[in-house]
Design a protein around this ligand. Structure first.
Ligand SMILES: C[S@@+](CC[C@H](N)C(=O)[O-])C[C@H]1O[C@@H](n2cnc3c(N)ncnc32)[C@H](O)[C@@H]1O
Length: 403
């Protein structure tokens, strides 16, 4: 089932993504606090939504949320090496933004491992600001033996404001590739041969096939039998939007990744019909490419505006309805708010009990008499969304916040 979720990926994975259901994960978390903050969208009045400020603070600033995660990681549910790693980092990083970031990433990576099938792969896109710490975290979550490659996505050109810096200019990103176990999908990919290589095949047989037989002791080699240039772990053939700012797929979001990058990863590490998860989906590149390659997708983002951008982009690519997104008219929102205020069960209980949630949903559907009733998942998603945007009344909002 194709799904696009709005909300914190940790909550969503815990609530909606089953154990061992995903074939491939690509994640591109924001890894530089200044840049992450610049991704916060303003609302129509030009203000930053408080929910997003809070969400970004929780990610980037050391605070109560980080302490809560550290405490949680001390529980026996988690392998002890996770908390040991973070405690080690804390000795050197103290209560820094980077420490907050690594803490929030560790618990999410553990959740990602849970949802991965044994045959699944994970690609973590990052940059040198945090890649060396993240690799240690990945080693602890997935196991050193499941490390596969550190891929360098070379951005080649050094241009624009970057070239002003008085240092070796950073012109690559790092993608850490890990497996869950040693049973995995990998479809080798090749680049077209270079002209110099093709020129070595000087002879043509009666069918017009090019070949060479000039290598002593080696058999005749046909050009069409050589699959192409093997791809290594340095990728310099995929342009970033800095290099190719006029590419049609470019939507203008600062962190949008090119479809060719996702195409390479998805083709290599999944097969048609497989499920691809992107927990930090931004403008929806992964889901769009997954769909184009006949894979299924599950994507999520904390920013309402990014989810909307992704929804539109995916809808354009596929022309299909998207689960988890539904039309909530003002009337439907009002009824939901009223029903919630009359309801004895707080949000936490609705979330924890499928039976209560189903009952609540059926009451709402009775009131609304919609031809297509809301699903419990849509109702829960809408309640959470209304809470974030302070659309539940103050008293209710407190109840939700206190969970
Ligand atoms: C670097 S961008 C991803 C860009 C994406 N790869 C693309 O091609 O458009 C990171 C995204 O992560 C989202 N994000 C940050 N923290 C999150 C969280 N806890 N849960 C879900 N999404 C989150 C941000 O809203 C942002 O859109």
């Amino acid at each position: 089932m194709n799904t696009l979720y709005y909300g914190d990926n940790l909550d969503i994975m815990r609530e909606f993504i089953g154990d061992e259901t995903v074939d491939l994960i690509y994640l591109d978390p924001p890894f530089n606090s200044n840049r992450a903050y610049s991704q916060i969208f303003r609302d129509e009045k030009g203000n930053y939504p408080p929910s997003q400020i809070k969400a970004f603070d929780d990610t980037w600033r050391w605070g109560e949320e980080s302490e809560i995660i550290l405490d949680e990681l001390r529980s026996p549910k988690y392998p002890p090496q996770l908390i040991q790693t973070l405690e080690g980092f804390k000795k050197i990083l103290d209560n820094s933004d980077l420490m907050a970031y690594l803490t929030m990433m560790t618990i999410r990576l553990f959740e990602m491992k849970r949802v991965m099938k044994d045959t699944a792969s994970i690609y973590l896109h990052c940059d040198p600001t945090a890649s060396h710490y993240l690799k240690v975290v990945m080693d602890q979550v997935f196991g050193v033996k499941n490390f596969r490659s550190e891929i360098i996505w070379s951005l080649e050109t050094v241009s624009g404001y970057k070239s002003q810096a008085n240092k070796w200019i950073r012109c690559h990103d790092t993608i850490l590739y890990y497996l869950k176990t040693d049973k995995f999908t990998f479809n080798k990919e090749y680049l077209p041969h270079k002209e110099e290589y093709i020129a070595r095949f000087k002879k043509k047989d009666k069918d017009g096939r090019l070949y060479r037989d000039d290598r002593p002791g080696k058999r005749k080699q046909y050009l069409d039998e050589t699959p192409g240039r093997m791809l290594g772990d340095v990728w310099n053939d995929i342009m970033s939007f800095q290099q190719a700012s006029t590419l049609e797929e470019r939507l203008g979001y600062p962190t949008q990744k090119p479809e060719a990058l996702l195409e390479r990863i998805i083709k290599a590490s999944s097969n048609e019909g497989d499920l691809v998860l992107d927990p930090f989906c931004g403008s929806g590149t992964t889901a769009t490419v997954a769909h184009k390659l006949n894979r299924l997708y599950t994507s999520m983002d904390l920013s309402e505006q990014y989810v909307e951008a992704a929804r539109q982009r995916i809808a354009e690519a596929e022309g299909l309805p998207i689960e988890g997104e539904s039309d909530w008219t003002e009337h439907a929102e009002d009824e939901l708010r009223w029903l919630y205020s009359e309801n004895k069960a707080p949000f936490k209980q609705l979330k924890a009990s499928p039976m209560l949630l189903a009952l609540f949903t059926s009451k709402l559907n009775d009131r609304l008499r919609r031809s297509v009733p809301y699903t419990p998942q849509e109702v829960l998603g809408q309640l959470r969304k209304m809470e974030r945007f302070c659309k539940l009344n103050a008293q209710l909002s407190d109840r939700v916040n206190s969970i």
